[in-house]
Design a protein around this ligand. Sequence first.
Ligand code: HEM
Length: 192
Amino acid sequence: MKGIVFTEFLTMVEERFSLATVEHIIEAAHLPSQGVYTSVGTYPVEEMVKLLQQLSARAGVAIPDLLKAFGHYLLGRFVRGYPGFFAAHASTLDFLSAVEEHIHVEVRKLYADAELPRFFCERVSDQTLTMLYRSPRGLADLAEGLIRGCAEHYRENVRIERDDESAGSGTQVRFTITVETQAPSTGMEASA
Ligand code: HEM
């Protein structure tokens, strides 16, 4: 896993919890890297799992919820770091449809050894996209947080259904993402 994912994760922990929490989880996790990450370095994904376990124990928040929150946060960081990727697409579903063949392809050019998931997308209708996530790292919760972050960026409400096709391991998950359309305002709603 690229160092940038670790440095962003630790920044989120510092912002949402505290610097003391960052120091505590690094120490308690007994990491080969000792928690020193450079954005271009590559580190075992097990270090992320250990950091998540320690944060979960300390903060009393389940690991899937931490991963979803981190995905949401990370998307916000990507918006700042790579604004061109987002400007090139007009909506949540258009952007998500481009992750596999455009965005992660560019990511691979920046980080040749990035360990990326595979996405198989199908646009079912104007409002609905299915995204099949596949990765041996089983980070579907991170993907869900990233998807929610995208919807927030494009200011759209989405409904996300999840089907785990890997007996709960999170290594193959089908997301069905539907953009909720809002009835146009008549201007009469507040007439009571
Ligand atoms: C501008 C947008 C994006 C950028 C720059 C980006 C970049 C990256 C980078 C650098 C990694 C780490 C690779 C590694 O650790 O070796 C990664 C992994 C990942 N990305 Fe993206 N990504 C973007 C958008 C998305 C979106 C929208 C999704 C979800 C639909 C997504 C899903 C994932 C997941 C789940 C992983 C973790 C690796 C795995 O599951 O195997 N990414 N991405």
